[in-house]
Design a protein around this ligand. Structure first.
Ligand SMILES: NC(=O)c1ccc[n+]([C@@H]2O[C@H](COP(=O)([O-])OP(=O)(O)OC[C@H]3O[C@@H](n4cnc5c(N)ncnc54)[C@H](O)[C@@H]3O)[C@@H](O)[C@H]2O)c1
Length: 348
């Protein structure tokens, strides 16, 4: 079959229709579809359409609340604790950010804690949405246990990502990263493609280094940067899980492998309205000097270009918006299967 290019609107509409047929309200299905397409357009394949079967299975099994309701549990002028009510992670986050952004205008900053939620996909989706409003967005999320704390080979922490985005003169600068060597979803992508896991990513269940995707999936991911990534993942679990009142560490049932229990993970957001500290335009101009300086630094041998954080993904997104999202044959087959099952026209 080979690769096919699909227009991003068609893919988003397909995802929306499939989830609507699965019982998610149309508006909420659009939020989810937009978050998936965002990831695919940025080349973050592990968090786009690749996730659809897993999400659909959880929705069908009643492990996710289809109604998309959220509830404010407590609030002050600059804090918000939201119960996601077991809704889709993306739906709960987007609705909560909308609530929080009302408060930010008054107070300058808001800390948003979300409990009783589900996997929220690519973290940059939310922080970029915040940066588009002229604000600094930070988020981190507890994820279900896939990573051993430094020194152990037993999974306890999630791949716990964080993302930070700021508005720039011509777009957004963003860092979005898992605190494991790589996102766990990448193991499933490698397995599906019959490829080996790069050395240094994983240990098997007995604690031996492995490059076999099955052994790696059954074993544990390693934290990025050894003890430093472990420390970051630990604090992300503290902010996302412990602080929000959600499950943390090994207690959150695994989103992909545990198809009997709800996930109950938590997210943490910090939103800062830049104009409360410095005029937005001044911030962007100062940031432009910073970025231009970095881009024009001398390059090491083997490097054609120095990229800013998030620049590679932003370029991929611009290209995908113009030319379409490339879909490999495995993903095409999956889309066709879902199209048949939910009686929706396949985009490929
Ligand atoms: N929801 C969850 O539970 C969960 C868990 C883990 C990961 N994720 C998501 O998985 C995605 C992938 O995470 P990842 O850690 O594999 O990302 P990655 O390793 O591909 O990239 C991490 C960051 O490094 C930057 N980067 C990469 N190469 C660069 C270069 N040459 N120069 C400058 N910057 C560069 C990227 O722009 C990005 O911001 C993220 O969107 C993350 O939010 C989600």
């Amino acid at each position: 079959m080979g690769m096919k290019l699909v227009e991003w609107h068609s893919l988003r509409s397909f995802i929306q229709q499939v989830f609507t047929k699965a019982g998610i309200p149309e508006g909420d299905a659009l939020i989810l579809a937009d978050a998936f397409v965002f990831a695919d357009m940025r080349g973050v394949r592990s968090h786009g359409i690749e996730r659809m079967p897993n999400y659909l299975e959880r929705v069908e099994k009643g492990l996710i609340n289809k109604t998309g309701e959220i509830r404010i549990l407590s609030e002050s002028p600059s804090t918000l604790l939201v119960d996601a009510c077991n809704s889709l992670g993306s739906v709960a986050c987007v609705k909560s950010i909308r609530l929080a952004s009302q408060k930010v205008k008054e107070t300058g900053c808001v800390t948003l804690s979300i409990c009783h939620s589900n996997h929220f996909g690519a973290a940059a989706y939310y922080t970029n949405m915040i940066a588009e409003m002229g604000m600094v967005g930070f988020t981190c999320t507890g994820a279900t246990a896939d990573v051993a704390p430094w020194g152990s080979y037993e999974r306890y922490l999630g791949t716990n990502p964080f993302s930070i985005s700021v508005p720039t003169l011509d777009g957004i600068m963003n860092l979005d990263m898992a605190t494991s060597v790589q996102a766990k979803g990448k193991l499933r992508v490698l397995k599906a493609r019959g490829e080996k896991v790069p050395e240094g990513w994983c240990l098997d269940k007995d604690g031996n280094p492995t490059t076999d995707p099955d052994a790696a999936i059954a074993g544990t991911m390693l934290p990025m940067g050894g003890p430093k990534g472990y420390g970051m993942a630990a604090f992300i679990d503290i902010l996302g899980g412990v602080l929000s009142g959600s499950l943390f560490g090994k207690y959150a049932p695994h989103f992909v492998t545990d198809m009997e229990h709800i996930s109950n993970v938590g997210h943490f957001f910090y939103i800062l309205d830049i104009s409360h500290i410095m005029p937005l335009d001044q911030f962007k101009r100062r940031l432009d000097i910073f970025s231009s300086d970095i881009k024009s630094l001398p390059k090491r041998e083997g490097f054609d270009e120095i990229y800013l954080p998030g620049e590679i993904e932003a370029r991929k997104m611009t290209q995908a918006k113009a030319e379409g999202i490339s879909i490999d044959d495995i993903a095409q087959a999956r889309l066709k299967e879902m199209a048949n099952k939910y009686d929706v026209i396949s985009p490929v």
